[in-house]
Design a protein around this ligand. Sequence first.
Ligand SMILES: *Cc1c(COP(=O)(O)O)cnc(C)c1O
Length: 402
Amino acid sequence: MSEFRNARGPMTTAIHAGEAPDPATGASAPPLHMSSTFLSGDVAGFSAHDLVEEGGFVYTRWGNPTVDMLERKIAALEGTEACLATASGMAAASAIFFTFLSAGDHVVVSDVSYAGVAELARDTLPRLGIDVSLVDMSDPGAVAAALRDNTKLVHCETPVNPIGRLTDLASVAQLAHEAGALLSCDATFASPLGQDCAGLGVDLVMHSVTKYIGGHGDAVGGAVAGARDLVAQLRLEAGIHHGGVMSPFNAWLIARGAATLPLRMRAHEAGALEVARWLETRPGVTRVIHPGLPSHPQAELAARQMTNSSGMIAFQVGDAVAGRRLAEAMIERLDIIHYAVSLGHHRSLIFWMETEPLMETSFRLTGPQLESYRAYAGDGIFRLSVGLEDPEDLIADLAKVL
Ligand SMILES: *Cc1c(COP(=O)(O)O)cnc(C)c1O
């Protein structure tokens, strides 16, 4: 357990952390402060370097009371000192890369990741003179071999989108720290309930809060949680200078969602296990991946590291032609499950992700790295985000096409 993990239980933390009754009105629910600027009580400077912590609000790109409320809530859930909320999950990933990396630095990035992060790491970072090593992060030995004198950051994602492969966070954190590098982890699939990132040694925990933390499919946002000094650097560089901050309205919506996160994660996990076990019985389904199943290739690591196996399932149905045909049938015939990208919402979502096109656009893997990807995904997978509907209704919906 990280030392900043809230002393209260996760359900109490999710509801109360960051919130306080409004002293002006007595309102029990947190107010929404849609104000871009705040009255100054003194003649302060006009640079981000003049930002003093706990010094009151100045301008919403620097900080806003409603966004601050969400940041405190997420920091409490992650057991970290501080958090920066960003305009999207991608803004959170760019915040990490562009705050802690400069030309001439080296970064180790998971060879499989959210596609936007994969493309940023392959195209944008090298263009700015940052050396990138793409590594299968399920193998700590491969991480050790990739580290160099100028490695400043190791960026992993666990479970990884879209295939559900895991990284042993404690092992990779030790390797990164021995090399003098920071470890960041995209924990979007797991949510803050899925693993104790900070306790396992992760320095920067990032989320697309568009997904589980917001949880209702209505607001886009991101977050990076970590130690106070690291988050202060992120706020100065990525928030104030690059400007990708979260709107107070989104923060308000996302905080309302976050209040029920522990309860929702339990239901996502239970529903996903029920659907995954049913999928394993279907003759047309050739492979089902979920970290809560004994059949997961890293079931031992999942049991050791994960405290909630989450609602994300990947499954195969044979070759790419069979996958495409089934995707078309789903678009036609599913009534409850929406055929759409994104994940972590109360509504179930499914999407077909074919290996070959994804390799061309995003991952560009060859040799053993491609083999490792295909061991999970074959010619393609359906990424199913199990929502909060009754699992038997989801199974009945899937049974129409499977
Ligand atoms: C969706 C997602 C992102 C990007 O988040 P946005 O909010 O869409 O910008 C990053 N990482 C993972 C794992 C995701 O699923």
